[in-house]
Write a protein that binds this ligand. Sequence first.
Ligand code: ADP
Length: 574
Amino acid sequence: TTETQDRETTDGFHLVIDALKLNDIDTIFALPGIPITDFLRIAQADGMKVISFRHEQHAGNAAAAAGFITGKPGICFTVSAPGFLNGLTALANATTNCFPMILISGSSEREVVDLQQGDYEEMDQLAIAKPLCKAAFRVLHAEDIGVGIARAIRAAVSGRPGGVYLDLPAKVFAQSVAKDVAERSLIKVVDPAPKQIPAPEAIQRAVDLLKGAKKPLIILGKGAAYAQADAEIRSFIEKTGIPYLPMSMAKGLLPDNHPQAASAARSYVLAEADVVMLVGARLNWLLSHGKGKTWGAGDSKGWGKQQFIQIDISPTEADSNVAVAAPLVGDIGSAIGALNQAIGSGLGKVPAEWTGAIAERKDKNLTKMAETLAKNPPVMNFHSALNVVRETVKANPKAYLVNEGANALDFTRSIVDMYEPRRRLDVGTWGIMGIGMGFAVAAAAVTGEQVIAVEGDSAFGFSGMEVETICRYNLPICIVVMNNNGIYKGTDVNPRGDAMAVTQFVKNARYDMMMEAFGGVGVTAKNPEELDKALKEAIASRKPTLINALIDESAGTESGRITSLNPAAAKKKT
Ligand code: ADP
């Protein structure tokens, strides 16, 4: 087939490809360079889909998103030292988000690295990766590639999913191995993410708590979305009639307009619930650590009255922040399946006082939101722009929605309803920026579906160069840049007047021209009508499109909804 192969022997290049293919992995996200350029060429020639990026962090983020969407580890290849470090940011983020991903980096010669003799891009990559991911391995002999890939796959997808680093020193690629040895060395991983069946007494404990609840609540996290147990989860929620809240990446697991969705009464249900069942959601900062005013406690450090049930595959997650009365350790599919069995046709009715009170608040808030969305102020703002996105997603429920920014994130999350599972990809557990174009490319490349990326103008800057990648692969991605001329907003002033303020960007920047530079479609939208027209055209044509949505530069608040995390704001409060 290729010149590196002859009749009796194969080599490291082909062993890596064969090991991946044997495990049904057909896509690689990468950035070519020494020592992986030839590997990527051979992989492409051998029929793998290779998507090459302009910066490793975005290739890594793409691998992570592919992992979340498919449940198979997303694969990212980088060069050594700096390329590896760029990819490592994405690997650490994937691990934090519990997304399965494998970062494979070429590395320098061990002998030179270990004596610190100054090799080209010298770095002890394995040691550096280890504390930042779930597991890290190195292969030193080509005949160990099969084991290395098998271990990486198992580590990435079993138990709590996460990021795995695999170190491949350059010389391993070129090593030749006798074909019979090579064949035997490859491993097809059997049952890579084994079911974990929860104990019957743990199920009973949870059912008993739910039975006694007057104000039960279910919280669905991105672990629930990842688990691909959509039908079981929906059945449990509908049979019990318990109101539920989706965390941002669990939106769409059940359609956001589901009658039991309590998102529009979020603060009420969190403060009032008595029994809360967490399904693949951690009680971290995104849920105020399970205590304080959010949970109805009198002061910010106090405890609420809730008793928690927590379904999680990780046995050490329970009690991480507050006591968990009924930990339910197992995979979500098995756990919810067992709960469905245990409750039969249901649990008895959820008290009408509780569901009625929620419905009342929901109605009030939804009416208020509808009024705000119906306004069409002379200068477009987040609401009038996102109202258009909201209708677009409603009409295209299979589309993926990538979302990052501060205000662009907060407003989109609450305004744009999702209707299908795993369609919303966002800033995740860290709440970071920079995932936008990597996640968008992954969703389009892996599923072929339309992607809409709603980006703050600041957030877009982190991965904006990947518009070239989007155009190169002609991906059906429509980016909407919410352009308000700055970070948070564009109206800050530098009191000294000798330079622009630290949060300001070039005014009226033409992000649309970035897309045009590479042959895509660029549009400026000054009002909802123009935005709507551009979105419709992008979706009909499936052409790479960037809509520069000009919004009021005074729209937005400092850090969006997490203003209080700024040290100066925190200082003011004390
Ligand atoms: P969110 O940010 O949406 O609240 P988190 O990322 O905090 O969600 O929580 C996801 C949780 O889901 C993690 O604790 C992880 O261990 C768990 N998890 C992931 N996959 C599964 C699975 N298949 N079965 C059970 N738990 C899972």
